[in-house]
Design a protein around this ligand. Structure first.
Ligand code: 13P
Ligand code: SF4
Length: 370
């Protein structure tokens, strides 16, 4: 991800929390309905308190698309989320990411050159007409566009199973896939395929740093799922030992984890699901329940604060924030908002028209899957 970052002016770096809050509030009021601030569930409270809407990555992008009157969408999330919002919003809407360094380490694990190379290598041993590429929402717009050009679709952690079922089934314009190339998160791919009943032998890991993904021809030919060697550094930290320790302390407790966790963790959890699913699970838990959660710490802490009648704790006691998301803070938010008041758009995220058109094809395919 190439970013050209303007340094945050000193006045914002030295301002107190109270001063920043006053300045953000005043800028927000001055911009009124022209402004929409979106906060991803993993965002910290000093930022989240200003969000007009909270949500997961895809839900927030759709919200931005529905608010045609919002001239400026300030996306308090990470880079791929702001790109998705730019794809789904109108030409007159401008999407701003308060700190351009707020990337996603998982999305950065697959770049377009590596994916193009992988595609050509797979084509040397398999019929590409029977390979369907699927990219997780957590990927650059360039990857979504690649998928759009090659008959594939985007998926989220909520609909990954339905999208894989779609890829493998006969469609009016193509036969069912013989193989799926899934990127960038090997864990979401593996957890989903295993939940669908596929055996572990049907999956191989594609290492983009090695020739033919580090595989033999025969492995590629036999596999139903080529899983890109990518992961989320936050969710991959959770271990089965964390679940065991939680269960020892809370024998009647419930364990819910995100599907970006490794399969050995998912296998010992009670429930697995997206950010939204985790929130719904905690919201619906009976009073007095203990819930061990395997996801980002800001969300877990917020759930604990919002549910004083429950015991909600992060499964990893050493705490795992999404450090890139954490780059969005009150000083950066105050800066971009005050610049907007002055008529200057800082840190705008734009996807070029050709990439946008192809990426939208992949997103629309996903949306058309019932
Ligand atoms: P959501 O799609 O649930 O917003 O999750 C995004 C993410 O980055 C999870 O790590
Ligand atoms: Fe990316 Fe993981 Fe952060 Fe989600 S939690 S934005 S996947 S690094």
């Amino acid at each position: 991800m190439l970013t050209i970052t303007t340094a945050l002016p000193e006045e914002y770096r030295v301002a107190s929390a109270d001063e920043l809050a006053g300045r953000i509030g005043a800028a927000k009021a001055a911009l009124g309905d022209r402004l929409l601030i979106l906060g991803h569930h993993y965002q910290k409270d000093e930022v989240m308190r200003w969000a007009d809407a909270r949500g997961d990555s895809f839900g927030l992008s759709r919200l931005a698309a529905d608010r045609h009157d919002a001239e400026f969408v300030v996306f308090c999330g990470v880079h791929f989320m702001a790109e998705s919002a730019d794809l789904l919003t109108g030409p007159d809407q401008r999407v701003v990411l308060p700190d351009l360094a707020a990337g996603c380490s998982m999305a950065d694990m697959a770049d377009i050159d590596q994916v193009e190379e992988a595609w050509a290598s797979i084509g040397s041993v398999a019929d590409l007409d029977r390979v369907v590429p699927i990219t997780y929402m957590n990927s650059t717009a360039a990857l979504k566009a690649f998928v759009g050009r090659h008959g594939g679709a985007v998926c989220t952690s909520s609909n990954a199973r339905r999208v894989l079922e779609w890829a493998l089934a006969d469609q009016p314009d193509r036969p069912g896939a013989d193989k799926v190339l899934f990127f960038p998160d090997q864990h979401l791919g593996r957890n989903t395929a295993l939940a669908m009943g596929f055996p572990p032998e049907s999956m191989v890991v594609w290492d983009p740093r090695k020739d033919l993904g580090g595989l033999e021809d025969v492995d590629v030919k036999r596999a139903s799922f080529l899983l890109w060697k990518g992961h989320c550094s936050v969710h991959q930290r959770f271990r089965p030992a964390h679940v065991a320790a939680f269960r020892a302390a809370h024998p009647d407790g419930l364990v819910v984890v995100h599907p970006e966790c490794a399969h050995d963790v998912v296998a010992v959890a009670d429930l697995v699901g997206s950010t939204d699913f985790i929130i719904r699970t905690v919201d619906g838990a009976p009073e007095g329940s203990s819930i061990g959660v395997g996801t980002e710490i800001h969300l877990v802490k917020r759930l604990a604060d919002e549910h004083p009648s429950l015991h909600v704790e992060c499964l990893d006691p050493s705490v795992c924030p999404c450090t890139t998301m954490s780059r969005i803070d009150a000083p950066h938010l105050a800066w971009v908002l005050e610049e907007l008041v002055e008529g200057r758009v800082r840190n705008q995220i734009t996807v070029d028209p050709a990439t946008s058109a192809d990426a939208l094809v992949a997103l629309e395919r996903m949306l058309s899957i019932p």
